[in-house]
Every structure is written in C-alpha cells, then in structure tokens.
Design a protein around this ligand. Sequence first.
Ligand code: PEP
Length: 246
Amino acid sequence: MRYLVFAANWKMNIGPVEARQYMRSFLDAGELPSGRGVWVFPPAVSLQAVAQSLAGQEHIVAGAQDIYWEPKGAFTGAISGALAAQAGARKVLIGHSERRHVFGETDADTGKKMAAALAADLQPVLCVGETLEQREAGKTLAVVARQLEAALGTKTRGEVTIAYEPVWAIGTGKNATPKDAADVHMAIRRWLTDRGAKVTRILYGGSVSLKNAEDLLAEPEIDGVLVGGASLDPHAWAELVRTRSA
Ligand code: PEP
C-alpha cells in the first residue's frame, strides 16, 4: 500500500493556545486512515504545544518550519536543531520558498541547515521549486537540480524527503497540474537515486486544497502534499487528510 504524507505548514499562524485547541479538534475527527501520516509544522512558539498534544500518536508528528545551522550561541531570534528537537520536533522544513524569497536564504544556507538537522536527529524535508520566470524560461529542472545539489551534495543518504513546491503556486491559488508535478517529481527521483538514495519521498506543495487533492494524489509520483492555507482550519484539514486517492 502507498504511504501518503499530509504535511501542514501553518507559517506564521496559530499560537500555542490555539494550537492545543486545533489539535484537539483535529484528533477528535477520529483515527487516520491506514497508510497515512500527518506532519504538522507550527510556528516555533507552538511546537511544544503541538508535540504534547500528539503524545502516543505514531503517525502524526510535529516539525519545525526552520532552524539555524549553529548549535547554540548569540543568534537572537533563531532556534537550533537541538532546541527544536527539545520542544518536540521530529522533522524540519529546510529551504521553504518563503525562507528563500522573503528572508534571502541561499542555496549554501540550505546545505548548512541540512547538516544541522541531521546532527540534531531531525528528519529534514528539503523544499525546492522554480519561480514563474524560471519555468517560462524552461529552467525548472536545472533550478531544482541546483537546489538539490547545494543542499544534499553529490551523494545522498539512504532516505530523503523532498517537497517540490513551484514558487508560483504557493499561496496563489494556482497549482501545478498532476502531470506537471509528476514530470518534475520523476526528474527529482532520478536525480536522487542516481546519487545513492534508497528511499525517496516526494511531496507536492502549492495551493493544494480539498478541490484538487484527490487528482494530485491519484498521480503515483506524488507521495503526499505540503499544504499551507488549506491546513489552517482543523476541520477542513481533517477532511483533507482523508482525501481519496485512486
Ligand atoms: C506552503 O506553505 O508550503 C504552501 C504550499 O502553501 P499554500 O498551500 O498556501 O500554497
């Protein structure tokens, strides 16, 4: 059976008090269908509240939206992998497009953050994706390959999770068609397996909603979804994680 991942990126929304209420509503919706996992990425201040709400859950875990690469020290406002792990994170997003495009994070930064995540025993989810200009110039695969190489190096470890998120599809209401996404996923998977990855999981992100999730998940190349806006309501999210997949 395919294992499908539903990852919720709350971005800068849902503080710790609301996070506990959210998790209560989400968990009250009932057991997850088998063969599904839910990864929740709250803002750092809400990590511990989410992780505590998930005590005893096997297939629902919390993750950090970002970490800094240094292990500790005078880095005001930043959190390290170890601090995120101590708050209950098991996963971490690396190189989300908002980190790259709003905060100016570079490819080299993503490489340092990947190493820091692994050192702190956090499972990284590397986000890659092209801008509209790059897509229109036919550079999608070159951009994605450059981002993969900068973050992972020329050899990969045994198990890798990537989120392919075209920048033009994030928060815009425009999503890649299942075929557009599958073409890029296939190229990413080939890139990873050529460099030694044994297990690859590639999520699609970019304006995923209740309206398009079923069609996207019917595509065998898509191992799950990373969802921003449509994950902010616990009832709608509970419905989305129960989306049928052909
Ligand atoms: C995201 O935050 O990774 C994302 C894909 O956002 P949205 O679903 O709102 O496009």
